[in-house]
Structures are given as C-alpha cells and as structure tokens.
Design a protein around this ligand. Structure first.
Ligand code: NAP
Length: 315
C-alpha cells in the first residue's frame, strides 16, 4: 500500500464566515477557527497538529501562547503592524507577517484628531462645556503649521495626506534618507526639530528606536511645540517629556505611553497640555474589512504555494 499524504493545507483563523463574504476557500484549504478567548484545549487535535498558516486573533493579550502547540506552523500572520513582542517567540522554520497597511487609515485619522484637538484647545472647550463657562479665545491652528512625521512609513504617509489636506507643511523623516522623495534621515533631527511646530512619532519599537526621542530632541523643539506619539510608547522618554510638560514649555498628545496601561495616578495624566488616549488609534471600524481582505489573500497565496505579502521584517 502506498503511503497516503494529506493534500490539504490547514489554516487557523480568528473569525468565521469569511468565505460567505469573500467567496469560497480554495478546495485544498481546511479552515479551523480560534478567537483567542476560547480555551485552546477545545481546539480539535487536527487543528493543533496540522495548522501551517496561523492568523492570530487581534488585540488578544498572550495569543502567542498557542505557538508552541502548533508544530506544523510555517507562517504566522499578525494583524498588528507592531510585532516586536512576537519576534523573540517565533518558532524556528516559521515566517512572520505583519498587519502593515491595515491600520493606516485608522491610525492616521486618530493622529490627525489628536493634533486638531490639541491645536484647537478641544479639551479646554469640553471642560468649559461641563463647567458652564463661555470664555472664547484665539487658538493655534494646523493650517500653516510645520509637522515632522518621524517614521515616514505606511502610516506616516497616510497621515501626510491628511495633514496636507489641512494645509500643514510636512517634513518627512525615516531611518535612511531618500532624497528623491525628500525624506530626511533621522540623524538630521537636531537640525530639523528647532523649526517644527509639531513632531509626530510613528515609529516601530526596535532596539534603535527605544528611547530615541529623549531630552535632547525635546529640548531642540521650540517653546509651545506639540509632541504626538501614535507609534510605540517606549520610543519617547516619559521622564523627559514630564520635565518639558510640567513647566508648560511643550505640549503632548499621546495614544501610546510608557508604561502601558498608564496607571491611574501617573503624573503624565495630570500635566497641563497633555492629551492621552489609551492605545486606540489602530482599532476602529476601518480595520475589520481591511483585515478580512488581507486574510483571504494570504490564505489564497498559501494554498497556491505562492509567497505571502507583508513579510516582516520587510525584505
Ligand atoms: N497606536 C496604534 O494603535 C498603532 C496602530 C498601528 C501601528 N502602530 C505602530 O506604528 C508603527 C509604524 O507602523 P507602519 O505600518 O507605518 O510601519 P512601517 O511602514 O514599517 O514604517 C515605519 C517607519 O519607521 C521608520 N523607522 C524604523 N526604524 C527607525 C529608526 N531607527 N529611526 C528612524 N526611523 C525609523 C522607517 O524608516 P524607513 O522608511 O527608512 O525604513 C519607516 O519610515 C508600528 O510598528 C506600530 O508599532 C500603532
């Protein structure tokens, strides 16, 4: 008797019903579902033994605990753009793919919202509304402001499109210079920062970016400037930011902080001119349809033996 081999490819997905919305799966695909909340012991043995492509559930802390139980896994798709926590736990022989692009619209929109709220004093007006005050004053604006986008990648470029529509001027900054695209190298920050009104950090957390924006960078910014962080909290030194905001010299609008979650009594919460949202920039209604399209594309490619998109790190 010749040995029989299973011609099927097994994929483990976080959501049911994608085929109902996007068309049938390729005939050689066997789909298993794990939402990250159901105990993993309830997964069928076949799903654990045979999964080759695992699409991780989104925003489920510790979902990566399943990795050691997937001996056949060759491709791990995260739906997050930031995958720093997965790098140390990736099994040998498996490739990592990230959610680059899925969060661009959502994160850029949130960054724009933070900037506009800070420039137009929205927290003040909301407080006045609650307190029954009517005390108008002139505010800053985004139109005419010079904004450094530090991390001119997928999200940074989506943010730039929104900033330009608001008549801001954008200074593009990335790891390496790209003169043909007018992108500056991060090493030029000391020369660039004194002339910006707003600095937006859209950086991944890596050994090179951790603590990258600290006392020197903050000190180089002009009085009254706004620091925005929608990338990762640890890229901005919290202590240095506290020093600059306590005195009221700089303002800040942060979707990500160090630490996270930010304790209820953390001094950053009470600083004048500091606006904080709890790491929600990427998680909005724009995410799900984009994530579904990526999953369907990755399953199709995996089933056909084609290279997947969104390899991390980017080749
Ligand atoms: N707040 C949220 O909810 C939320 C949502 C989604 C994503 N994020 C965060 O946003 C980050 C960026 O996402 P993305 O999709 O835009 O990533 P991306 O397309 O890979 O872009 C990253 C950018 O950062 C630059 N960069 C990397 N290392 C650097 C360094 N050492 N110095 C200066 N610049 C550096 C890159 O420069 P090069 O172009 O030269 O490579 C690139 O321009 C993610 O990694 C994630 O942590 C947060």
């Amino acid at each position: 008797m010749p040995e029989t081999t299973d011609p099927a490819v097994h994929v483990l997905l976080p959501w049911k019903g994608l085929d109902e919305r996007h068309g049938p799966w390729p005939s050689n695909v066997r789909v298993h579902i794990w939402d990250g909340r159901t105990p993993e012991d309830e997964l069928p043995a076949e799903a654990l033994e045979s999964t080759g492509l695992w699409v991780m559930p989104y925003a489920v802390p510790d979902a990566e605990r399943l990795l050691p139980r997937l001996p056949a896994v060759r491709a791990v798709q995260s739906l997050s753009a930031g995958v720093e926590k997965l790098l140390p736990v990736m099994p040998e022989g498996a490739k990592l793919y990230n959610g680059r692009g899925l969060h661009d619209a959502s994160t850029a929109e949130h960054a724009l919202g933070l900037i506009l709220a800070a420039q137009r004093d929205l927290p003040r007006w909301v407080a006045d509304q609650q307190a029954g005050r009517w005390e108008p004053h002139f505010t800053r604006s985004l139109a005419g402001a010079r904004v450094a986008v530090i991390g001119y990648g997928s999200i940074g470029q989506a943010l730039e499109r929104r900033l330009l529509a608001c008549e801001a001027e954008v200074v593009r900054i990335a790891r390496r210079p790209r003169p043909e695209e007018d992108v500056h190298a991060v090493t030029e920050l000391p020369q660039l920062l004194p002339d910006v009104d707003i600095a937006v950090l859209v950086l991944p957390e890596t050994p090179a970016t951790t603590g990258m924006f600290g006392p020197d960078e903050l000190a180089a910014m002009p009085d009254g400037a706004l620091v925005v962080n929608v990338g990762r909290g640890r890229t901005l030194k919290t202590g240095a930011l506290l020093d600059e905001t306590r005195s009221g010299r700089l303002r800040a609008a942060l979707d990500v902080t160090d630490p996270e979650p930010l304790p209820g009594d953390h001094p950053l919460r009470k600083q004048p001119g500091v606006l904080i949202t709890p790491h929600v920039a990427g998680g909005s209604a724009t995410f799900r349809p984009r994530a579904e399209r990526l999953i369907v594309e990755q399953v199709r490619r995996y089933a056909a033996g084609e290279p997947l998109v969104n390899a991390f790190p980017r080749p």
